[in-house]
Design a protein around this ligand. Structure first.
Ligand SMILES: Cc1cc2nc3c(=O)[nH]c(=O)nc-3n(C[C@H](O)[C@H](O)[C@H](O)COP(=O)(O)O)c2cc1C
Length: 350
């Protein structure tokens, strides 16, 4: 049974989350970030997330450093953004060699993003085979050189998202954190899982503490924060400066407002969320098939909040047009549906 917070604990959490955080020469208004997620954290979702409020910083889907210099934001599937969100959006880039990042970082700064985030966490074989993502953790000299190159190129904040590495021993991650700091990183987002791990094994939060204690730049903890009680526990157990949430941002975009105690006035209502998201997707993605595909990915996370989530997921994604999907949402996302405090683990790890 989930432990809900007492009013005193809730006040404590609101205090911890609501503090501004200096990252390099800039300040993030609070301590709750949205973690980067390919296929989920796109421009349409971010517009909806902004409506619910209280997310201090968002990180884009991963973009190829080689592609960024010539990307057309009107056509690119991932290097897509609105002017309004740029002050609270870092662009995540994935690449292998320091020189690949230089023109990309220049473009990111020129466009007006909050900062550059470097992906050292993705362990997908297609990414690592090309020396990118978590493969950089196998070669600390190259990882450090990437950060140095980006640091020299831009004056906006440079952050790195990384994970424990390729073994369960946290020592290489602690050493890596120190090297990334020395190379000029302004903050680290740390996901304490080994690279081949899928999300079914719990992240080792005690490794976040080890990393946070090793450096003087902010360390943002990441991994399996699902409820306000989890967030309070992560702050208390790890000493992290902030928390990045990935899947919960998608499952319940109002969770930031709940955790900061600054509710936006919008209802915490799945039907409202689904309909608003479909409208944004249609506006941002003129190809209806792509818009529907992106909605269906998020529908899995909406369903995960419900008892009988697997069945609900099937009911939400049936149909050939966005209007079919709207109709499904109106029929199935009714107020009487039983929701769960913690999302369905099967849907969340699929
Ligand atoms: C569908 C999906 C796509 C992801 N894409 C990225 C990505 O592009 N870059 C990245 O650094 N991490 C990516 N991640 C990892 C998340 O940023 C995060 O580390 C992970 O989901 C654990 O956090 P959570 O438990 O709050 O979801 C992705 C995760 C998911 C579920």
């Amino acid at each position: 049974m989930e432990r809900s917070l007492t009013s005193e604990q809730r006040r404590k959490l609101h205090g911890l989350t609501s503090r501004p955080l200096a990252v390099g020469k800039r300040t993030v208004e609070n301590r709750l970030w949205m973690a980067p997620m390919l296929g989920l954290g796109h421009v349409a979702f971010r517009a909806v997330l902004a409506d619910y409020g209280s997310c201090g910083l968002m990180v884009s889907e991963m973009c190829s450093a080689l592609a960024v210099p010539s990307e057309n934001p009107e056509k690119s599937p991932v290097f897509k953004f609105t002017r309004e969100e740029l002050p609270r959006l870092s662009c995540q880039m994935v690449g292998a060699q320091p020189h690949e990042f230089i023109p990309a970082a220049e473009r990111v700064e020129r466009e007006g993003f909050f900062g550059v985030d470097i992906n050292m966490g993705c362990s997908a074989s297609g990414i690592c085979a090309k020396g990118r993502g978590a493969d950089l953790l196998r070669d600390p000299d190259r990882a450090e050189a990437v950060v140095r190159a980006v640091r020299k190129t831009v004056s906006i904040p440079v952050t790195v998202k990384f994970r424990t590495g390729w073994s369960r021993n946290p020592a290489p991650a602690v050493d890596m954190a120190k090297r990334l700091e020395q190379a000029g990183a302004d903050a680290l987002i740390f996901h304490p899982r080994v690279a081949p791990d899928k999300r079914s094994r719990p992240p080792l939060w005690n490794h976040i503490r080890l990393v946070a204690e090793a450096v003087s730049i902010p360390v943002i903890g990441n991994g399996n924060v699902c409820t306000p009680a989890d967030a309070l526990r992560m702050f208390e157990e790890t000493g992290c400066a902030g928390i990045a949430m990935g899947r919960m941002a998608i499952a319940r975009p109002w969770i930031y407002a709940v955790m900061t105690g600054q509710e936006s006035g919008l209802p915490a209502n799945y039907l409202h969320y689904a309909l608003r998201l479909m409208d944004e997707l249609e506006t941002r993605y003129p190809d209806p098939n792509r818009a529907m595909k992106l909605y269906k990915k998020i529908a899995v996370y909406i369903a995960a909040n419900h008892a009988y989530g697997l069945r609900l997921q099937g009911a939400l994604v049936r149909g050939k047009t966005m209007d079919d999907l709207r109709e499904n949402a109106r029929i199935h996302l009714t107020q009487d549906k039983q929701t769960t405090e913690r999302p369905n683990a099967v849907l969340f790890t699929s």
